[in-house]
Design a protein around this ligand. Structure first.
Ligand SMILES: C[S@@+](CC[C@H](N)C(=O)[O-])C[C@H]1O[C@@H](n2cnc3c(N)ncnc32)[C@H](O)[C@@H]1O
Length: 504
């Protein structure tokens, strides 16, 4: 990540001039090594839990609520151009504020923001190919971003040459700048809801809100809000169902997405959070959530994400000791999609018809069950994956009964189900171009580019999880076969004249 050469000093001066307060006896901004996040905050003395490190007036956050652009553009027009949906309104506001130069309240703040990113959104095809098998590529949403720019931003820009002069189009309103602002939001914004407290509530009353860094990006309920993300297949938003009063999803209010100066200077590492942003009526406060020793980094949380998501949103990966002694990110997750399960069942049971698969999977989805199964370092076999395999293996009579009772099968890890899951995992491993051994050897080299190295770390972590599941499944199958052998032996024993009765 490259950021403008302006010093942290300039940010601190601007921040305080604008009404922000920082306890400069307790914390400073410094350059840590890149492996520890680069520019970040350090404790200058021992800081007790509960200490307020800095406080940001709400009107110093940059969002479509605080920028004057939406009002100048006209709120009805803003709505007509759909700038209140997703991030395009905030991106346009940030472009416009940057175009105002020193006239903008956020000018100094904007000048310390990164000007390039290590996120795969900016990788070339060769580097992207290194991510094959991981879920990142399908979530990049490059085409969605381009579509958003063309269909929302460009018409809005063209409608108001007084606000967006054509002479500034290349410098401030290009597709490249759209990407840059989108990536700044993706890696630095917070979800800052309107104050929900009682009017007469104490000014100092605090709410722990959804303000972990990047929480504004936690828009899984409404992925369309993120122009840099992609709504996975099967998650289309069905307006009619909504109208018919189906389960109402809480819509993300896009004006909650805000850039929060100073709070976005904090780095994060898995399980290391020692400070967090809290909401108050007029300010947001960064408060120590643990005692922090002098010299230690002050860490926020980005939600302890898997490396695939860290790389996609922030451009870095976490590597630390795993419970099994290896190195990796304990938050890593591998996704296996339902179609991967269908393929494995079909390979082992070729007599099951296409019709039977599609009938059962349709019903499974209608029942509201998942079509993507997460495998993580807990090494717990995911119940929905076991249940869907069993669903495909039900006899016709059992299937009819399950459907009548509207009851998916129990997630029982018997040998049939385990063998099929094993096949699905083996197939999933084939999605990656390299093996664990090859990746481990590659990581020993010192001539790798950062993109290549980070791609290897992401895919290696995922493959190690899948390998660990294969080892676990092999153990379970062996246990079951030993038990079955013992039962058989016991059943046969009387015949052999040992006189022991079968338990059956
Ligand atoms: C919210 S900003 C934090 C401040 C940032 N370091 C800066 O210089 O402005 C998030 C960015 O910091 C970097 N970062 C944060 N935590 C990191 C970590 N544990 N390792 C490497 N980079 C990290 C990533 O580039 C990420 O996109």
């Amino acid at each position: 990540m490259v950021h403008a050469p302006q010093t942290c000093e300039a940010l601190l001066i601007w921040f305080q001039k604008q009404g922000g307060t920082v306890d400069l006896t307790s914390m400073g901004l410094v350059d840590f090594p890149n492996s520890e996040g680069g520019r970040g905050a350090i404790a200058l003395k021992d800081i007790p839990e509960g200490h307020v490190l800095f406080s940001i007036p709400r009107d110093l956050t940059l969002s479509t609520r605080t920028s004057s652009l939406p009002t100048l553009f006209g709120l009805d027009e803003w709505k007509r151009f759909k700038l209140g949906e997703g991030w395009s309104g905030l991106i346009l506001s940030m472009m416009w504020e940057a175009a105002q130069g020193p006239k903008s309240k956020w000018s100094e703040y904007m000048s310390i923001l990164p000007t390039s990113f290590d996120t795969p959104m900016f990788w070339d095809e060769k580097d992207l190919a290194e991510l094959q098998g991981t879920s990142i590529v399908s979530k990049l949403g490059k085409e969605d971003a381009e579509e958003e720019y063309k269909t929302k931003l460009v018409p809005a820009l063209e409608s108001r040459p007084d606000l967006f002069p054509s002479s500034e189009r290349e410098t401030h309103y290009s597709f490249h700048t759209f990407h840059l602002m989108g990536s700044r939001i993706l890696s630095r914004s917070f979800d800052v809801e309107k104050w929900q407290g009682d009017e007469d509530e104490d000014e100092n009353e605090m709410h722990e809100a959804n303000t972990s860094m990047g929480s504004a990006m936690d828009v899984d309920e409404n992925r369309a809000a993120d122009p840099h993300s992609h709504r996975p297949e099967g998650e289309e938003h069905d307006e009619e169902e909504h109208e018919e009063g189906e389960e109402e999803e809480e819509e993300q209010d896009s004006s909650d997405t805000a850039m929060v100066p100073m709070a976005d200077m904090l780095n994060a590492r898995f399980g290391s959070e020692n400070a967090k942003l809290f909401h108050e009526k007029t300010d947001l406060k960064m408060i120590a959530t643990k005692p922090i020793k002098a010299g230690e980094q002050i860490w926020n949380t980005y939600g302890d994400l898997p490396n695939s998501e860290l790389l996609r949103r922030y451009g870095h990966v976490d590597i630390m000791a795993l419970p099994n002694g290896e190195q990796g990110n304990p938050g890593d997750v591998v996704e296996i999609r339902a179609d991967g399960i269908v393929k494995a069942v079909h390979e082992i049971y070729p007599n099951i018809t296409e019709e039977s698969f599609s009938e059962r999977i349709d019903w499974w989805l209608e029942e509201g069950e998942d079509d993507v199964f997460d495998f993580d370092w807990d090494l717990e076999l995911p119940d929905p994956a076991l249940a869907i395999i069993r669903l495909f293996l039900l006899s016709e009579a059992e299937w009819i009964k399950a459907r009548e009772k509207s009851k998916p099968p129990k997630p029982k890890a018997d040998t049939e189900v385990l063998t099929t899951l094993k096949r699905a995992i083996q197939d999933r491993l084939k999605d990656y171009l390299t093996s664990v051994v090859e990746d481990e050897a590659l990581l020993q080299r010192d001539d790798l580019t950062l993109n290549h190295r980070q791609a290897i770390v992401v895919r290696l972590g995922e493959k190690k999880i899948l390998d660990s599941f294969l080892t676990k499944i092999a153990g379970l199958v062996e246990q079951q076969s030993n038990k079955a052998g013992k039962r058989k032996h016991e059943t046969e024993a009387p015949v052999k004249g040992h006189g022991k009765k079968s338990k059956r």
